[in-house]
Write a protein that binds this ligand. Structure first.
Ligand code: FE2
Length: 237
């Protein structure tokens, strides 16, 4: 069963993640050592500073530079961490920001209290635009004052919920995360790695923490969920 890291900033020079090809290769080797088979490369996309076409072009160039090294690294799939913006559910070009070959979008929700219109837009992305949404690092939005009822509304939608590996090690947050995995409101983990020294690839630490708390079989179930997710949401041209 393939081990997938659903959230990473491993492509060089495209966002605040890896700064150069050497760092990218170093990070990817660490991922390989940790048993990761597939890295979903999810550079930040911000609608106010990126244009989709340019972003996709830069991402491809960054990918080509990594692949030119011919290193022993996990398989890389292109994606993006799309920051929510007003009007996202009506923005046509965001189609190009899904995980390669699928209709799955890793969505980074607003870091201020959500609103009815935010919830509506997420619903429209799913129901009108037919995206499958992965909510990036849900833990960051649980602590925003006044956000509880909005988070609950979004979690009622058919979304996949991603948690960062490091959160499963944080004594203030991990209990709540384990509970969400156990009750089926959290589904997958990602390293959200940005570099070799800071916010490093750490998927195995999260997996180990989950395994200790919920058992090895539970981690296998998460792997199965991830593989199935990519399969179920493939786009057949
Ligand atoms: Fe990220």
């Amino acid at each position: 069963m393939s081990v997938i890291d659903f959230h990473s900033h491993i492509l060089p020079g495209i966002d605040d993640g890896s700064r150069n090809v050497e760092t990218s290769i170093g990070m990817l080797r660490m991922c390989r050592e940790q048993g990761v088979d597939i890295m979903i490369a999810t550079p930040h996309f911000y609608a106010d500073s990126n244009r989709v076409e340019r972003f996709v072009e830069n991402r491809k160039n960054a990918y080509d530079r990594v692949m030119a090294e011919n290193a022993d690294i996990p398989h890389i799939m292109m994606g993006a961490e799309v920051a929510f913006f007003d009007g996202i559910s009506r923005a046509e070009r965001v189609d190009a920001l899904t995980i390669e070959g699928t209709n799955i979008m890793l969505l980074e929700m607003p870091f201020v209290t959500w609103s009815d219109s935010v919830v509506h837009e997420v619903r429209d992305l799913i129901e009108k635009r037919h995206f499958h949404i992965i909510l990036a690092h849900i833990e960051r939005f649980l602590k925003i004052p006044g956000n509880k009822s909005y988070v609950e509304q979004v979690l009622e939608l058919p979304v996949t919920v991603q948690v960062n590996a490091e959160t499963l090690l944080d004594f203030r947050q991990k209990g709540r995360m384990f509970k969400m995995f156990r009750n089926g409101t959290a589904h997958i983990i990602g390293s959200d790695c940005h570099g070799m020294h800071h916010r490093v690839p750490n998927l195995w630490l999260g997996r180990e923490a989950l395994s200790k708390k919920l058992g090895e079989d539970f981690v296998k179930q998460i792997d199965t969920y991830g593989v199935q997710l990519l399969k179920d949401h493939q786009i057949h041209p």
